[in-house]
Design a protein around this ligand. Structure first.
Ligand code: NAP
Length: 257
């Protein structure tokens, strides 16, 4: 039997990943580079983004790091301009940066709501808005937004977070309708509990709540960031040309939706 050469799924594609310095974003950056993409690792934590990008280059990939707070239009616009100057196009955007909080809604305040909506929902819209003109010009684009099952089913003690992620899924569907004519696919992924620093913070704040979430998973375990990255890769690849406006639930059987 002859050995078949593996074909990379993202050869020559240029991908920007927000929140790429940690967790799901870092795992996605690594998988994309392995699949031949030029990867722009962005994060509010500059050192984390640089660390991930350096690792990709050491493994033979092509990568750029950029400090980008997704609530800052100026930082987003500068990064998009730099990427276009360097690589001429942006094929893929993964909106992965996210934040949350644990607490009763009745005790929450406007500062918390504003922060969560600004990062999770407005940040997704700002970055998408910045890359779209180039995608429209090239008549190609894959946008993958990381939402959450919390936005589908609602998560108690995470009301602003759930609302922001439901907003991300609504944004995904509405935009998918608008840009399909330009051959741009917009999809989101709704993860269940995934073993990342963000999920670890829930355990620090409320260990019982974290255990409850895992008990709700049919597979009785947390997902690994690499398992999420595999789903992002599928939606970023040309295998999903006919899939748009979809919310892909990756939750080990938590919701069965
Ligand atoms: P993570 O390991 O904490 O990674 C999130 C990254 O986003 C961090 O590097 C974080 O930096 C960065 N970030 C936060 N605010 C930012 C901002 N304003 N601008 C740019 N970057 C910012 O968490 P993760 O679990 O991989 O989360 C990735 C995405 O998955 C998030 O959207 C999250 O809501 C979603 N998600 C996660 C789970 C889960 O169980 N882990 C479940 C459902 C959905 P700092 O660390 O410096 O804040």
């Amino acid at each position: 039997m002859s050995a078949q050469a593996k074909t990379n799924k993202l050869t020559d594609k240029v991908a920007i990943i927000t929140g790429g310095g940690s967790g799901i974003g870092a795992a996605t950056s690594r998988l994309f580079a392995k699949e031949g993409a030029k990867v722009v690792v962005t994060d509010i934590d500059e050192a984390a983004a640089e660390g991930v990008a350096k690792g990709l280059e050491q493994d033979g990939g092509q990568a750029l790091a950029a400090k980008v707070d997704v609530t800052c239009k100026e930082e987003i616009d500068n990064t998009v301009r730099d990427v276009l100057a360097r690589w001429g196009k942006i094929d893929i955007l993964v909106n992965c940066a996210g934040t949350g909080d644990i607490g009763w809604f009745i005790e929450s305040d406007e500062t918390t709501w504003d922060r969560i909506i600004a990062v999770n929902l407005k940040g997704t819209m700002l970055f998408t808005h910045a890359v779209l003109p180039s995608m429209v010009e090239h008549k190609y684009g894959k946008i993958i937004n990381i939402a959450s099952i919390a936005g589908k089913t609602g998560a108690g003690m995470q009301v602003p977070y759930s609302a922001s992620k439901a907003g991300v899924s609504g944004f995904t569907k509405a935009l998918a309708r608008e840009v399909a004519r330009h051959r741009i696919n917009v999809n989101d992924i709704c993860p269940g509990p995934i073993d990342t620093p963000m999920y670890g913070q829930i355990g620090d704040l409320d260990p019982e709540l974290q255990k409850k979430y895992v008990r709700g998973v049919a597979q009785r375990r947390m997902g690994r960031p690499e398992e999420l990255a595999a789903a992002v890769l599928f939606l970023a690849s040309d295998e999903c040309e006919f899939i748009t406006g979809h919310s892909l639930v990756v939750d080990g059987g938590s919701t069965m939706i």
